[in-house]
Design a protein around this ligand. Structure first.
Ligand code: GDG
Length: 731
């Protein structure tokens, strides 16, 4: 059975001073536990610290392996560049929209790449074909693509725990292209909310110019699926604490400490994304405007220390301490300070007791991927521990706001609104409180972290490892056979598509000129006795003649509308009766679209009209293209045309024209006894599916995708085949 490899930057382990290792209960570890998987599991990640500080690395490694963990050790420089630098000081602030806090350094980026590569190597060593690899978070954006390059067929999933910021922010990153392409190495990419997925797709479009659907996209000949998987909290863990026989006593002891005050609870890691200064401003405003409640309420501010020693974080701590002191100084009295700042972590049982006792819980981050505190608070609210049900105040910028619609939603920047929400929460009647909590609890308990993990992994399991990896066939025997035929029967026809077959695609089509070897190869092949060669393309006559003229090769342009028989110098129409009157009606629509969409233009071919939007704003261009398609498809119902949405184009072409019809014509005109066609896309299938009578017919598909061709290869494979054929034919 395949195994599951969990990959996160930090491992859920603790390493003691003597080097011995044990597992800890992280959020992800508990999610996996709750998912009840039968698969064997392995964790890959960083055990923390710098490798230079471990006295006996081998012993730590052995210990970790014994508890199902494969460590990725980092040097001190890597910890600085990859972790503190690129992950925490570039990506973290940017993903949370704090562009002015983001710092950029070439050295950090180099370390980020190197460490992602290190992870890839450890995984490749540990994985077997068919394993599921589930990668977590922004530290490892490059890893999915790095795993693709390896020899093992893996099912690769990626989940982002932070928000995916707007593409307008993301595009600021100097390394945006590589980061996005790195992620697209995954088979499945998951986000907490629909918005994050939307931003990601928009980044693909804005940065790479790649269009995608909500469900995903095709990339590199395989499907990359995308989806929304909101994470749940550790319901089982909190349930265990609450069911513990000592829990009621613990609650009673905290209740005594509260001495009748109404607790307004805040729990967070002290990070600038959590908006603690803004929250303090709202508390101050509340205390100012509600003097009658000053003595009744106690704001409990549990702030778990974070990244101590980093200046920004130390400054934040100082700022918070100062402001708490100032507010208490101003609004406190002997025996009561309205804010209690607890700058440390608490055991889970205490946390559960605080959640159970709180009358209000304030979750007011400036940005947060999800925020589990909100869900944990709701879950721990039980009638047996508190007389009054609690109220959740929730920032609209937390991912959780999408799910918890019955909370009091606030804009954390709006100090007046948050202060008013605190007052409203305190005054809310019990039946309303109960009703709101009930609605949210019902949902949460069913959507716990185990359910989340199971859902994601079930979806990941549908991936088809190896999909898109095309099976390249050995074409030497085919070259030998064609050589024999040309000698015995003469009249061998070769029909070769250009873009994607003789030459790779490039972003700007005009730059797809032949490489230096191609003209010589085509000239040599066409010059062999008994051989007729045609390049069959969708390109215009002008392009083909400019780049492939004078080689003794016949040229077929515009998908089979026109052709230039070598040696004649005259372009002819395959079918002079093709009706192109429809162009007048359609041209007007396309020109109107160009006028309204900067960066687009209309190309007029003799048998087709093409609207190009490669240079337009990608999102705007795509939106207009979709509108045009809808409009043209209904117009085209009564016209002899087909409408096709291609690579940044909308093309309307005559139904009476195809590459297949053109090749069929030439097979007869040249009296071919044997023929070979090669192409890469749907328009080439019209030649591939020909079955000409009396002709030994061979077809080759270049690249991935469905085909009816008998042979398959890639661009370099076709090139070697043609070179070999040249040798055989000249022999
Ligand atoms: C990322 C994303 C996303 C807090 N104080 C104590 C304590 N905690 C626990 C809470 C909760 C967790 O820490 C914090 O929840 P977050 O949701 O902020 O989770 P992170 O892992 O920090 O953040 C976030 C999350 O990933 C999941 O995808 O929601 O948006 O930034 O579970 O209970 N736990 C204990 N003592 C404390 O004092 N024991």
């Amino acid at each position: 059975m395949s195994k599951l490899i969990m990959v996160s930057n930090r491992l859920p382990v603790r390493i003691e001073a003597d080097g011995s290792a044990s597992r800890t209960e992280g959020g992800l570890a508990s999610a996996l536990e709750g998912a009840d998987l039968e698969q064997e599991q392995l964790w890959v990640g960083w055990p923390g610290g710098a490798v230079e500080d471990f006295e006996d690395v081998e012993r730590v490694t052995d210990d970790l392996r014994r508890i199902g963990v494969e460590p990725v050790f980092l040097t001190r420089d890597e910890v600085d560049g990859f972790y503190e630098g690129y992950s925490n000081s570039t990506l973290w602030p940017l993903m949370h929209y704090m562009i002015e806090r983001a710092k950029f350094s070439r050295n950090w980026w180099a370390a980020y790449r190197a460490v992602n590569r290190k992870f890839a190597e450890v995984i490749m060593e540990a994985a077997d074909d068919g394993d599921q690899v589930w990668i977590h978070d922004y530290h490892l954006f490059l890893l999915p693509a790095m795993l693709r390059g390896g020899k093992k067929e893996l099912k690769v999933g990626f989940f982002l725990h932070t928000p995916f910021c707007s593409s307008e922010i993301f595009r600021v990153l100097p390394d945006r292209v590589e980061l996005l392409k790195g992620l697209l190495g995954a088979d499945l990419i998951g986000f907490h909310t629909y918005n994050y997925l939307r931003h990601f797709r928009s980044a693909l479009l804005q940065v790479l110019g790649w269009e995608s659907e909500m469900e995903g996209m095709w990339h590199d000949g395989r499907e990359v699926r995308m989806g929304v998987y909101p994470i749940g909290h550790n319901h089982a863990g909190f349930e265990r604490e609450i069911r513990d026989p000592g829990f009621a006593d613990l609650v009673a002891s905290h209740l005594r400490d509260l001495a009748g005050k109404r607790m307004i609870l805040n729990v967070e890691r002290l990070d600038y994304t959590k908006g603690v200064p803004q929250k303090l401003a709202a508390m101050r405003r509340f205390l100012e405007s509600n003097p009658d409640k000053r003595d009744d309420v106690l704001f409990v501010l549990i702030a778990v220390p974070s990244r101590q020693g980093v200046r920004e974080y130390d400054d934040l701590t100082e700022e918070v301490q100062r402001e708490v002191g100032a507010i208490n100084g101003e609004f406190g009295k002997v025996g009561h300070a309205p804010i209690q700042f607890l700058h440390r972590g608490f055991p889970m049982c205490d946390l559960a007791a605080f959640y159970a006792l709180a009358e209000v819980c304030m979750v007011t981050p400036l940005r947060d991927g999800m925020n589990l505190v909100a869900k944990e608070f709701l879950d721990c609210q039980r009638p047996e521990f508190s007389e009054r049900p609690g109220v959740l105040i929730l920032s609209e910028f937390a991912g959780a706001a999408h799910e918890l619609s019955h909370a009091l939603h606030v804009n954390p920047h709006d100090v007046d609104q948050v202060a008013a929400a605190i007052n409203r929460a305190l005054e809310m009647p019990d039946d309303e409180r109960l009703q709101r909590i009930g609605m949210m609890q019902k949902r949460l308990r069913k959507q716990h972290s185990g359910v989340w993990a199971r859902r994601f992994l079930k979806e990941l399991d549908k991936a088809q490892p190896g999909e898109g990896r095309i099976e390249i066939m050995e074409l030497s025997p085919l070259a030998a056979r064609l050589g024999e035929m040309a000698r015995e029967r003469g009249a061998l026809g070769l029909f070769l598509d250009y873009d994607g077959t003789l030459r790779p695609f490039v972003d700007v089509p005009d730059q797809a000129v032949p490489d230096p070897e191609l003209p010589g190869l085509l000239r040599d092949l066409a010059g062999c006795r008994g051989v007729s060669l045609a390049v069959v393309s969708g390109r215009t006559a002008e392009f083909l003649e400019k780049h492939l003229g004078g080689l003794g090769v016949s040229l077929i342009g515009e998908h089979g509308y026109r052709w230039l028989e070598h040696g004649t110098g005259e372009w002819e129409l395959f079918n002079p009766h093709v009706n192109t009157e429809w162009k007048n009606a359609i041209r007007e629509h396309l020109e109107q679209a160009s006028l309204l969409t900067p960066g687009t233009h209309v190309e007029e071919k003799q048998s087709a009209l093409v609207w190009h939007y490669r240079k337009a704003d990608p999102e705007f261009g795509l939106w207009r293209a979709r509108g045009l398609l809808e409009e043209l498809t209904s117009m085209a119902a009564n016209l002899p045309v087909t409408v096709h949405h291609g690579q940044k184009i909308v093309e309307i072409s005559s139904l009476q024209v195809s590459k297949g019809l053109a090749v069929d014509h030439l097979l007869r005109a040249w009296d071919c006894r044997a023929a070979l066609v090669a192409g890469d896309d749907q328009t080439d299938e019209t030649m591939i599916t020909l079955a000409p009578e009396g002709v030994e017919f061979f077809s080759v598909k270049v690249g991935a995708g469905p085909t009816r061709a008998a042979y398959r290869t890639d661009i370099p494979g076709l090139r070697s085949f043609l070179e070999e054929l040249r040798k055989v034919l000249r022999h």
